[in-house]
Design a protein around this ligand. Structure first.
Ligand code: ZN
Length: 318
């Protein structure tokens, strides 16, 4: 592990120790507890799904009461740009398919809502749809290159909708008009680009206007707690957990995967590509050993790597 990662992990351990008397991370303890919930009966083994939430610089959100700064958004996008190909190269070497939760803005960057359909939360000091970002390097804001690359080279990867402009559907400022425009436009933009879209991942995992999902032929979403919800339409998986090499080691994750296998539960890590740092050798030290372990277990029929679409199909069988 790199020096920076070693320091980050030691800091995390001492903070955990001060709070709880144990060096085990509270987040990972929560993941371990969530893995006690088994998958629905229709599955005969544990399930694995790895999702990348993909936004480039449009992934704005409420950070302690205000927007992400311009600098933060540019830095995040430049990491996503750098990591996109190396991450996909690793996945293709290992033969692992993943799911993507993609904002429609990456497929259609020109379409904008009317004033009445615009997201204007009171904590945001900026224009949510600020087009001045388009004067930056194309690969920081324009998703076409990335989406084409996925469509042409990774047709077995799944693409889900993550809304159009990364709005928080749960925010009190969101009216039906705002929600409708964003959800419909986001899903349509990806479908028009040529992707089959059956799944939805709420930005910030915060739900709102749930009934719009089925109106837009969404079959399944990432839920917002640890349970399976099979009596809602669309159905909902457990929320899974945010995975990051800054706070976790490959060994810790591998240990949790083994617990998922034992409990026949759903192992669902999700990330943004900016959390991977090539200068810290994160692909080799963190992601590759984790995926390799999943491939090994899959070959032993102990876990199945499934898309959200496939999960919905299995669950809809009589
Ligand atoms: Zn997001």
């Amino acid at each position: 592990m790199s020096l920076k990662r070693t320091i980050q992990h030691s800091l995390r351990k001492s903070k955990s120790f001060l709070r709880t008397g144990s060096i085990v991370s509270e987040n990972l303890t929560k993941v371990r507890e969530a893995l006690r919930t088994p998958c629905p009966d229709k599955f005969d083994s544990a399930i694995f799904n790895f999702t990348i939430d993909f936004e480039l610089l449009w992934g704005n959100g409420n950070l302690g009461g205000s927007d992400h700064s311009r600098e933060r958004r540019l830095t995040s996008a430049s990491f996503q740009k750098q990591n996109f190909k190396p991450f996909l190269d690793m996945l293709s070497e290992l033969g692992v398919d993943i799911s993507w939760a993609i904002i429609g803005k990456l497929a259609d960057h020109d379409i904008l809502p009317s004033e009445q359909e615009s997201f204007r939360p009171d904590w945001s000091k900026t224009n949510w749809y600020d087009d001045s970002f388009k004067s930056e390097d194309d690969l920081l804001w324009n998703g076409e290159y990335y989406l084409k690359y996925i469509k042409e080279n990774f047709p077995t990867h799944e693409v889900m909708s993550h809304g159009h402009h990364h709005i928080d559907f749960f925010d009190k400022s969101v009216t039906l008009d705002v929600a409708q425009w964003d959800m419909i436009t986001g899903i349509k933009s990806l479908r028009n680009f040529g992707f089959e879209v059956d799944g939805f991942v709420y930005p910030c995992n915060k739900q709102g206007y749930f009934e719009l999902l089925k109106e837009n032929s969404i079959l399944i979403i990432r839920g917002s707690d640890n349970s399976w919800k099979l009596d809602t339409n669309p159905i909902q998986t457990p929320i899974g957990f945010w995975i990051s090499p800054a706070f976790m080691s490959a060994a810790e994750i591998i240990n949790l995967i083994d617990i998922a296998v034992e409990k026949k539960s759903f192992f669902h890590p999700w990330m943004h590509l900016n959390e991977c740092d090539l200068s810290q050798n994160d692909i080799e030290n963190f992601y590759r050993p984790i995926f390799k372990h999943v491939v090994k277990l899959q070959n032993e029929n102990k876990i199945k790597n499934l898309s959200f679409r496939k999960i919905a199909q299995v669950l809809s069988r009589n």
